[in-house]
Design a protein around this ligand. Structure first.
Ligand SMILES: [Zn+2]
Length: 959
């Protein structure tokens, strides 16, 4: 699943709800495997508690892995048949393994007006153990018939049946009892289970759900389409199935739908039978390759499309709302290029005959990589020249690349279990960027990778309530919590680090070997390291396990001793709460860190090492992590930092990004002074810095400081605003407000950034120009408002205005012609500066005018402002029932989780952290526990920062 939007807005994380775990029975408890004696255990803050608990309970049976330096990792050597070695299987909730699905025939007939459907699911099951009941996943389904027939055609269920027993609510299972049990004689045969059922086309954006759209005939009527979102565990909301990623099968889909609607599924249409009298048609699709349930997809609605063919002969179609097919052109071109690129990169051609991509009006995440039928949020697929901002166009390109990368990494080779989700998402993220670098080199995506993935990964992983890349996952509810910056961003960063270490060619050879070996199967992290070790001749698992199996990352301290001609580098864990807060155990954590510095050895694998100071030319300085491919922070002693400041103009763009990024991060967490980061800014400005990416990182470092200082005295806040305005306004003066034909892509992005920052920092001339353009636009002069600055100008107008501007934005919202325009307007609506305007925007968020998928937009924007932060927190608590009713209940990327994160994540005192826990923890909101504990921890870290920084920064600002 992709995550532009979803990932960035959501998911800070930790404690799994005790009740959700203890009520669940494990596969072990039910099937009497070697693990059946394991007690129910539960994950909690910190790393790998689940597995450690198991190991301590059963000494001698579950060996710990001893890392370099004596630290023991608490991974379970799992004995279950699915894990094949070292994975964190632990006590995961699996179905009984007596039968496993080989093939499904699934027929569904949705009623797009009553929002229900009827279904028949016939499953071929391979028998591997005797059993007297068949248990499978089912959620919110009513099963009316269940008949099991053995290989000889004899019914084994009660002919008077069905004897269906539903599991406890959180188990999400149903069981069909057998009146004549399957015995040893049936082992190795295939039996057939036929189930009839009904379900609801829900409005939760999970399972088989409905999505509203205006009738294309302009009648003003609201119509509904039906579409699926199954990842991670919502296939079971649609049909009875074995909903685990390792239980792959083939699928034959049949849909009975209104005659005038488009019906799509993973595979091409095989046959259409029309029922003219009933106004219906029954569409049968070709059988899929063997695949996991979460990748099955189908869709029924009214769409237009455009199509193209890859050089390899794959048909690619983009489906859009009626009349908007040309808006799919950019996504279509990117898809054609990406499919070819990946086929070559993995040396494995795309295996399906077609690729459909479809934009739907209501979609929870960013997009979903269903094999052969990728579903997108409309704003991440539809592009209009001149109307779509440049950054949004790049997001579309990236998301298409990410989803299509999954066709190999995820769909063809699938993770064994959700604890290995990072294999899907980290790789799709990384290789998605690689595809963009190939297709659109002018975007310079690897520099942007730093300000996107790396900064998000480093940010979340600086919290104790983060989690290892490979994380124990027991139940369905926990899976939703890890579609976060660890799985996606840290995952992609450690892959990039490894690629830099092994070399591009070697790494690609390893990828190819891995995909070839595990195609149509499941694999785990160890399988990948195995393939990479074989091609590189290096111990990849030995190098990487510290990065994937323990939470956090190191900060390297550099101390140069010029007199002795040496440099000492030490490593310790970086925590947002600062070095003083490290416990003994945390302080002993070690990593194998690629130093990335000319003249120094490749990897630091000890707590401290001293090297001869490498010679360097005058005007240059020793910098670690050259190229910024390493996932860690660096802090320098005063002399080294001064030398780096002087050397700034000689550095590459990515290193200039890294230097300022580390400086602000070290200031924020107390590894260095924040004033040292502020001192650095003038050096960038004086050097005439022109890089969009560098300025973007500066904006984010300064933004973090402004955010933490939101309740500091007015003169301090004004001082920071002034500093920001001083940095960004000259860029606007130089670049102007409108693009010039044929200009460099980076210039376009820099202008967009400079205008939005100048307005956010309230530079008077910028604010006045924004207002002038806003008035012209309202007066009908569309050209006064270039797409790239629209959102920032709307927000500035509201920030400097009030009720009248909010009403104007709401009018524009009602008339908006695209979802992207709607998103820009919703974001702007949250920019009010007084409580009255902010509250009015929050009330608007609760009306039916705002789609559930967009529920976080106003809340997120409002909580970003100085006054809004407390207004939002008070409002969410006071209106909790309404918020929960509107945004709760969905699957992955639930809007509710985003609202929760935005409601409190920006606060900055110990009292706030306690209030967050007191309010949210007792609610035991499924899928939000990590968000809550991470928010509270981030708030505490910010409070500690204020203790350290408030006084010195205030003094610095008055200098
Ligand atoms: Zn993804």
């Amino acid at each position: 699943m992709s995550c532009v939007g979803a990932q960035r807005l959501s998911s800070l994380l930790s404690l799994s709800s005790p009740s959700s775990v203890s009520r669940l029975r494990s596969r072990a408890a039910r099937t009497k495997t070697a693990r059946s004696a394991m007690p129910p255990t539960r994950a909690s803050a910190g790393d790998n508690v689940l597995c450690r608990a198991v190991a301590e309970d059963k000494p001698g049976r579950t060996p710990l892995i001893t890392l370099e330096g004596g630290r023991q990792m608490s991974y379970v050597k799992c004995s279950c048949s699915k894990c094949r070695g070292l994975v964190m299987c632990g006590d995961k909730q699996l179905l009984p393994s007596a039968v496993t699905p080989q093939h499904y025939d699934l027929s569904l007939a949705p009623d797009l007006e009553a929002f229900t459907y009827t279904g028949v699911c016939t499953v071929q099951l391979l028998v591997s153990e005797p059993c007297d009941a068949i248990t499978f996943h089912a959620k919110d389904l009513a099963i009316s018939a269940g008949v099991l027939v053995d290989a000889a055609g004899v019914e084994r269920t009660n002919p008077g049946g069905p004897d269906v027993l539903y599991g406890e609510e959180k188990q999400e299972t149903a069981t069909v009892a057998l009146s004549a049990p399957l015995t040893a004689a049936d082992i190795g045969t295939v039996v057939t289970l036929r189930l009839e059922f009904t379900g609801e086309l829900n409005d939760k954006m999970a399972g088989f759900y409905r999505s509203a759209y205006p009738a294309p005939d302009g009648s003003g009527e609201t119509r509904y389409l039906a579409v699926t979102q199954f990842e991670p565990t919502d296939a079971r909301r649609c049909f009875p199935c074995w909903d685990e990623p390792a239980l792959k099968a083939t699928f034959g889909m049949t849909l009975t739908v209104p005659d005038d609607r488009v019906a799509l599924s993973n595979m091409p249409e095989k046959a259409v039978v029309k029922d003219a009298a009933g106004g219906k048609k029954t569409v049968t699709f070709e059988t899929t390759p063997v695949m996991s349930t979460y990748l099955l997809a189908f869709c029924v609605g009214e769409f237009d499309h455009i199509e193209d063919t890859t050089p390899e002969g794959v048909t690619v179609r983009c489906w859009t709302p009626v009349g908007k097919s040309e808006q799919g052109r950019f996504a279509l071109d990117t898809a054609v290029g990406s499919l070819s690129f990946f086929g070559e990169y993995f040396d494995n051609a795309y295996p399906l005959p077609k690729m459909d991509m479809i934009a739907v009006p209501d979609f929870s995440a960013g997009a979903m990589e269903n094999w052969g039928l990728v579903v997108y949020r409309a704003s991440l697929m539809l592009f209009e020249e001149g109307k779509t901002p440049t950054n949004a166009k790049q997001s579309i390109g990236y998301v298409v690349g990410h989803e299509l990368a999954h066709q190999w990494f995820g769909n063809l080779v699938t993770m064994e279990w959700w604890s290995q989700l990072w294999l899907n998402e980290g790789f799709a993220t990384w290789v998605g960027w690689r595809a963009m670098d190939h297709l659109y080199p002018e975007w310079k995506v690897w520099s942007q990778f730093l300000t996107n993935e790396q900064s998000m990964g480093l940010g979340l992983d600086s919290l104790r309530s983060s989690h290892p890349v490979e994380v124990p996952i027991q139940s369905a509810g926990q899976v939703n919590e890890i579609f976060d910056a660890i799985s996606y961003s840290k995952g992609s960063c450690v892959i990039r680090m490894l690629e830099a270490h092994l070399g591009e060619e070697t790494f690609r050879a390893g990828m190819r070997a891995y995909v070839a070996r595990h195609a149509y199967g499941n694999a785990g992290t160890t399988d990948l390291w195995q393939a990479l070790s074989e091609v590189s001749g290096q111990d990849v698992a030995g190098l990487m396990s510290c990065w994937t199996s323990q939470t956090g990352y190191p900060i390297l301290s550099v101390a140069a001793h010029e007199a002795e001609g040496t440099v000492t580098v030490t490593q310790r864990r970086y925590l947002a709460s600062g070095p003083a807060s490290l416990t003994e155990e945390e302080a002993s954590a070690q990593w194998k860190v690629p130093l990335g510095a000319f003249g120094l050895p490749g990897v630091l694998d000890t707590p401290e090492a001293t090297f001869p100071l490498p010679p360097h030319a005058a005007g240059t300085a020793l910098k670690l992590n050259v190229g910024q491919t390493g996932f860690y922070r660096t802090v320098y002693d005063d002399a080294s930092r001064a030398a780096l400041k002087v050397a700034l103009p000689t550095m590459e763009e990515v290193d200039r990004v890294g230097l300022v990024s580390d400086a602000f991060a070290c200031g924020a967490a107390g590894y260095a002074e924040t004033t040292a980061a502020l001192e650095l800014l003038s050096a960038y400005a004086d050097a005439g810095e022109e890089s969009y990416v560098v300025w973007s990182e500066i904006a984010s470092g300064l933004g973090g400081l402004v955010s933490a200082f939101f309740e500091q005295p007015e003169e301090v806040v004004a001082g920071l605003r002034g500093l920001g305005a001083e940095l960004f306004a000259p860029l606007v003066e130089r670049l102007g407000w409108e693009g010039v034909a044929g200009e460099d892509y980076q210039t376009t992005r820099l202008r967009q950034l400079a205008v939005s920052r100048s307005l956010a920092f309230e530079h008077p001339a910028a604010v006045a120009e924004a207002r002038r353009r806003y008035d012209l636009y309202l007066g009908g002069d569309i050209a006064a408002m270039p797409a790239d600055i629209k959102g920032a100008v709307f927000a500035s107008a509201l920030r400097q205005g009030g009720a009248a501007e909010l009403a104007q934005l709401q009018t524009l919202y009602a008339a908006a012609e695209s979802q992207l325009e709607e998103s820009l307007l919703l974001g702007a609506m949250g920019a009010g500066r007084d409580a009255t305007t902010i509250l009015a925007a929050l009330e608007f968020n609760m009306t039916d005018a705002v789609r559930k998928q967009d529920g976080g937009a106003i809340v997120g924007a409002a909580s970003g402002s100085r006054v809004g932060r407390r207004v939002v927190w008070d409002w969410v608590r006071a209106n909790w029932d309404g918020v929960d009713a509107k945004f709760g209940g969905g699957g992955v990327s639930s809007g509710l989780t985003r609202v929760i994160g935005a409601s409190c994540g920006g606060l900055a005192s110990e009292e706030d952290a306690a209030a967050i826990e007191a309010f949210y923890v007792p609610k035991e909101i499924e899928g939000a526990a990590r968000t809550v504990s991470q928010a509270a921890e981030a708030v505490r870290a910010r409070a500690a920062r204020l203790e350290r920084d408030a006084a010195p920064v205030a003094v610095w600002l008055t200098k």
